[in-house]
Design a protein around this ligand. Structure first.
Ligand code: MEV
Length: 286
């Protein structure tokens, strides 16, 4: 049976999530893990039955594949944990269905369609997730403007920690920020620190303190839960810079966190002793 296979990577937001919804600059990079999709010709679309948020169905529909294709999904990304699972899933399904039906699709067309589908998961979305997973690499993004591709001198090591799956959807977290009466002043501070991180990244300088400042501003915005705050203060006490990446969550987990440290062996020991799992990765590696 004829089939098309597509891989789309996930992403991490280095700085500026939530503020980016309000036209502020944010920085993000694609990562090695992602979503694999296989499209075949049978019309019984099993995956659509397990399509909690209706994303797969919406993606198949926008790509013109309803009743024409079957879609099978294999995701390496924890769902709803800040690594761009919704955008990667939607983009992979749209690309796979389009290719299966014999049409070519440019990255710009794929971005527009994925952005439409992603609004189901994000509500008032900025488009940073689809932009990062489709155009790939390290980008500076402002809603409604062409993105800027960044080159950095020295790759920056970081740890990725999972603080637990958020109970809330990205849409709910975006709405929570919308209801914060102090959001405008906090978001202005976020943008200042994001601009500094961009300069320092490009110059090959440490971003640890600025990343931490962004992390504390996200706590002020009200998107960081107790568990993530506890992990953050333990890591801050040994000199690391810590922030959540993505929409966050407050009822239970806050999804993925990124950590930059002066001494990684100390940080890893601390995490190992408390049974907190982490991955090591690099910005600039993709
Ligand atoms: C989610 O990865 C990033 C948010 O800023 C939402 C968005 O920009 O669409 C929370």
């Amino acid at each position: 049976m004829r089939e098309i296979k597509v891989f789309v990577p996930g992403k991490i937001i280095i700085a500026g999530e939530h503020a980016v919804v309000y036209q502020k600059l944010a920085l993000a990079t694609s990562i090695g893990l992602g979503v694999k999709v296989r499209v075949t010709s049978s019309s019984k679309t099993e995956e659509i039955k397990n399509d909690e948020k209706g994303l797969i169905k919406a993606a198949v529909e926008i790509a013109g594949g309803i009743d024409k294709v079957s879609v099978f999904v294999e995701s390496q990304l924890p769902i709803g944990s800040g690594l761009g699972s919704s955008a990667a899933l939607a983009a992979a399904v749209i690309k796979g269905v389009k290719e299966f039906l014999g049409s070519t699709i440019t990255d710009d067309e794929l971005f527009q369609m994925t952005f439409e589908v992603e609004k189901i998961a994000h509500g008032n979305a900025s488009g940073i997730d689809p932009a990062t997973v489709i155009y790939r690499g390290l980008i500076a993004y402002r809603k409604g403007e062409p993105f800027e591709r960044l080159k950095i001198k020295t790759p920056i090591k970081l740890l990725l920690i999972n603080s637990g799956k958020p109970q809330e959807s990205t849409k709910e977290m975006v709405e929570l920020v919308g209801a914060n009466p102090n959001k405008i002043s906090i978001i202005d501070k976020v943008e200042k620190v994001v601009l500094l991180i961009k300069e320092r990244l490009v110059a090959g300088e440490s971003i640890q303190d600025q990343l931490d400042e962004n992390g504390l501003l996200l706590e002020e915005l009200g998107v960081v839960g107790e568990k993530a705050k506890q992990i953050s203060s333990l890591l801050r006490a040994i000199g690391c810079g810590v922030k959540i990446t993505g929409a966050g969550g407050v009822k239970s987990g806050s999804g993925m966190m990124i950590v930059v440290c002066p001494d990684y062996s100390k940080a890893k020991k601390l995490l190992d002793n408390r049974g907190i799992k982490y991955f090591e990765t690099e910005i600039g590696e993709v």
